[in-house]
Design a protein around this ligand. Structure first.
Ligand code: NAP
Ligand code: HSE
Length: 432
């Protein structure tokens, strides 16, 4: 049994600092549970001269070779973020036979298969629990605890930044830029928040979850992605009036037409369990044919919650080193299922239009929907906050995406329609 397991930490930012803190805070319990002590031996940063509270007495370097070439280091913990050089560093670490722990959803979503293959080839392991859902256990439950199930659906709020922003916009009426700044200050948003607000961060998590749940590799380009940048306070106000909340959802379904994976904002009924998931909290629903519905809930971003998952992975890697075993479940993509085209997916929709305020407008719009085979559930016409025009808000019954596209093409061409202000899916409406 090794007396001490040494870590090379790549990155000392939000999650790196949290990881060092959890290892220090719970060092006695961790040592008892693993059967050996764990210490951070070296840290890779861009600027080793910067003062870094929490890393006093630990060697800092900007050269990865100093960590890779250190035979005392057993586990490399990648918390730098980004695709490159994170991917190359992890590949090199695995090729050197070291265990790797990462929170990097970008690399796992895009190059996971290469990393798993490298780990298998060199009889080592890679752990990535923190890459989805921050502190929420979801990767291990999917790969291990729920492995007896045929999973047909995953639906979740998997981006803390956008959930925090939508919650603040809804509860306090704050504007988009203010809430984005707050999310960045709290360390939830990525260094470049475009991926958060544009839905790409959630899409990467959808790729990871769907690939594991459906045992078939899903690629980023298979995901239909829409972020929250077009969501306005007016949409949030209409949602409230109609009994909904606006959430950014990642949806993965194993359908007869193939795997349907999408990320987009949705109107969720206020009574839906995911509607109560607020702030930086994430939640992931899983439907399996044995367990039925299961929901995983917790903080999806932030320093200590994410470090909770990272340190658990470090402990498992350390335990495996001590036992001289490989306990992790490697790549589980043993099938090659087709991807369901977006046109073949169906949903209810919320549509908000700016129109001329004159007789016959409503009829023209209803006709356009009807001729495309789109059935309307409710329609509101209002002149609130609109000058010389009217605003029409319609909620449709469940309809094929291609029929909705056809209706919207006609509506956009109507002379009386000045602007299509928004189209948002309505998930789990009466028709679902
Ligand atoms: P961060 O605060 O931006 O920290 C990144 C750290 O990595 C910094 O210490 C930086 O060094 C170092 N670094 C980056 N590129 C480097 C390079 N090329 N060479 C050397 N050092 C480099 O990032 P974070 O928020 O902790 O996120 C880390 C990872 O965790 C990402 O993959 C992210 O997606 C994932 N994650 C984050 C959260 C969250 O809540 N933040 C939650 C779940 C998962 P300097 O300090 O010298 O700049
Ligand atoms: N930026 C991400 C989020 C961090 O807001 O959820 C966790 O992956």
């Amino acid at each position: 049994m090794k007396k001490m397991i040494r870590i090379g930490l790549l990155g000392a930012g939000t999650v790196g600092t949290g990881t060092a803190r959890v290892l220090n805070l719970n060092q006695h319990e961790i040592a008892e549970r693993v059967g050996t002590s764990i210490e951070v031996s070296k840290v890779l940063v861009r600027n080793p001269d910067k003062e870094r509270p929490g890393f006093e007495g630990i060697a800092k370097t900007s050269r990865f070779e100093n960590i890779l070439g250190d035979p005392e280091i057993d586990i490399i913990v990648e918390l730098m973020g980004g695709l490159h050089p994170a991917k190359e560093y992890m590949l090199q670490a695995l090729a050197a036979g070291k265990r790797v722990v990462t929170a990097n959803k970008d690399v796992i979503a895009q190059f996971g298969h290469e990393l798993f293959a490298m780990a298998a080839e060199h009889e080592t392991e890679i752990f990535f629990e923190a890459s989805v859902g921050g502190g929420i256990p979801i990767i291990t439950p999917l790969k291990e605890c729920l492995t007896a199930n045929h999973i047909t659906q995953i639906m979740g709020i998997v981006n803390g930044t956008t959930n925090y922003m939508l919650t603040k916009m809804s509860e306090c009426g704050n504007d988009y830029d203010t809430v984005l700044r707050e999310a960045q200050q709290k360390g939830y948003a990525e260094a470049d928040p475009t991926a958060d607000v544009g839905g790409l961060d959630a899409a990467r998590k959808a790729v990871i979850l769907s690939s594991i749940a459906f045992n078939s590799r899903v690629q980023l380009e298979d995901v239909s992605v829409e972020g929250i940048t077009n969501i306005t306070p007016d949409d949030i106000a209409y949602a409230k009036d109609l009994g909904y909340v606006v959430k950014l959802l990642a949806v993965g379904k194993d359908t007869e037409d193939g795997i349907d994976v999408r990320v987009h904002p949705v109107f969720l009924p206020q009574s839906h369990p995911l509607a109560a998931v607020n702030g930086v909290y994430n939640a992931i629903f899983v439907h399996g044919n044995a367990i039925g519905d299961a929901m995983f809930y917790g903080q999806g971003a932030g320093s200590l919650p994410t470090a909770s998952a990272v340190v658990a992975d470090i402990m498992r890697a350390a335990h495996d080193i001590c036992q001289d075993q490989l306990s992790s479940v490697g790549c589980t993509c043993y099938e090659q299922k087709p991807i369901c085209p977006l046109e073949k997916t169906s949903s209810c929709y919320y549509v908000r239009l700016l129109v001329d305020d004159e007789p016959g407008v409503l009829a023209a719009i209803a006709t356009a929907f009807g001729e495309a085979g789109v059935s309307l559930k409710s329609v509101i016409q209002t002149r609130q906050n609109v000058v010389d025009h009217a605003e029409i808000v319609a909620i449709t019954h469940k309809v094929l995406h291609e029929k909705m596209q056809q209706a919207m093409k006609t509506i956009r061409g109507l002379k009386v329609v000045d602007e299509v202000r928004n189209i948002i899916r309505v998930e789990n409406g009466e028709d679902d």
